[in-house]
Design a protein. Structure first.
Ligand code: PEP
Length: 256
């Protein structure tokens, strides 16, 4: 069965509640309902915006999913400042980003923590969007495939095939995030194919063939079509271009 593209917007630490509601409403207004038969769409706003954004989509009866950008794996308790999986589940999140490079690099998130988060999310029936990707120095050093596939193996440690089938991977080269420097379609395809091969090696060809592997890193309305045309790229995780309804909608259209 062909894989359905997924376009997910990562709003990062942008948008107060009123700003988030305006952006969600613009996205809803401009989204052709037919496109949503062909492509899955999600937005991942900051925690405080999740409920208001979800309410906009529910009120409009538009099938745009909502996801969180991070979560903590423990169910509850003395973890000041953290948000639990039950909390985002209760809001209706279908997705949660884990292991974004900004979390890894600015907040010290480790491969082990990414694995704990992904496994706890799967148990709660929320799809983790597992982010992997190399820095510029790793790319220039030529070991990027080893680096990224090691991140993939660590993220999936202890999972079985059924668990792995309920995940999404996003390949996000750190040197392309927020820099305006996009990976070429060939560069992105090479790594996305290696990710799929690694998942095939761990869990079998059937899981690998159904797995959605997204590309993220300065994807925009101008470069999305070529990236999405690659056989192992099944959508995009979009940062900057997800903050403007116009560009986000154009990318969704390209993904149909
Ligand atoms: C991201 O943060 O996941 C991302 C891909 O950002 P940008 O599109 O701005 O590079």
């Amino acid at each position: 069965m062909p894989r359905k593209n997924l376009i997910a917007g990562n709003w990062k630490m942008n948008s107060t509640i009123p700003e988030a509601v305006v952006l969600a409403q613009e996205i809803s207004n401009r989204m052709e309902r037919d496109w949503l038969e062909l492509v899955d769409v999600a937005v991942c706003p900051p925690f405080v915006d999740l409920k208001p954004v979800k309410s906009v989509f529910e009120f409009d009866r538009v099938d745009i999913a909502v996801g969180a950008q991070n979560v903590y794996w423990e169910p509850k308790g003395a973890f000041t400042g953290e948000i639990s999986i039950a909390m985002i589940k209760n809001i209706g999140c279908a997705f949660c980003i884990v292991g974004h490079s900004e979390r890894r690099n600015l907040f010290g998130e480790t491969n082990e923590e990414v694995n704990l988060k992904a496994r706890a999310l799967i148990e709660a029936d929320i799809t983790p969007i597992i982010c992997v990707g190399e820095s510029l120095s790793v790319r220039d050093g030529g070991t990027y495939l080893d680096f990224v596939t090691a991140q993939v193996r660590a993220a999936y440690a202890g999972m079985d095939a059924a668990d792995a089938a309920r995940t999404v991977v996003a390949y996000e080269p750190v040197w392309a995030i927020g820099t305006g420097r996009t990976a070429t379609p060939e560069q992105a395809e090479e790594v996305c194919a290696a990710i799929r091969a690694t998942v095939s090696d761990m869990f079998g060809a059937e899981v690998a063939e159904s797995l959605r592997v997204l590309y993220g890193g300065s994807m925009n309305e101008g470069n999305a079509a070529l990236l999405l045309a690659e056989p192992d790229i099944d959508g995009g995780l979009i940062g900057g271009a997800a903050l403007k309804a116009d560009s986000f909608i154009q990318i969704v259209k390209e993904a149909c």
